[in-house]
Write a protein that binds this ligand. Sequence first.
Ligand SMILES: [Zn+2]
Length: 295
Amino acid sequence: MSRAKFGFLGAVAISAAVFASAAPASKAWAQHAPDPNAAYPPFKIGEGLYYVGAADYASYLIVTKAGLIVIDGGDAPTGTQVVKNIKTLGFDPRRIRILLNTHQHFDHAAGLAEVKRAAAADVKFYASAADGAIVAAGGKGDPLLKGARFEYEPVMPDVTVKDGDEVSLGGWTLTAHITGGHTQGCTTWTFPVTVAGKVRQALDLCSASVLAGYKLGKTETYPSQTADYQHSFAFWRSQPCEVFIASHGQFFNLHAKRAALDAGKADAFVDPSGCQAFVTQAEAAFRAELKKQNP
Ligand SMILES: [Zn+2]
């Protein structure tokens, strides 16, 4: 009951907190995604790469010749949509053989259980050590977000990924990058994908947001959180990030790019400058918060 009653409120609270430090994005989000769990029609981003998430809580499908890969389950209501969206696209969820996660917060991990139920019997869930432990505990153990409204159906990781680990299936290889700060084990995934006839580097950015209530600098929400953020910003800046995708649609202007794609711009999601601009803005917000807390 607690999830049904508070799940959406939790989502709003989180989104509001996320954007307290990024005003322009907040405005954009308020304009087009009042319900981050609203159903959203699935579509193709590049060859073998599809968007199968909700209006804001993102989820991606990768179609390989050896089976399917899904990144993130979204919130619990997103999870059922992910399964439905995969069917709508004409693929069989029972062919999902790999489940990946950007981070353990409920809006990216609560739907994993539903996706796993629909997947192949031998599906493997890959997660970082720090975030995997919290997904295994159904959201319990987060240093900031405590209480029933942030909890969800647990999923046990089958494989723990470290920074630089590769996950391969059917000719695809995705690389895990531990980009901590937003969560300790926040994982950014990179992989090559063909878009409009050209091989591009895709980057699924975990999250760069500083949640309201996070402590940075001398006192930290978790040990080394400030250094983790700094490492993550340096990493994201170093990447080509040609196909910019992320755990939330509003991070990469999902709706505007989808509209451009529908209008005939086949490479609408190729946006390296938008990626860099997002990282620059998020880093400025982080630095401002760090300075505010450590005058
Ligand atoms: Zn989060």
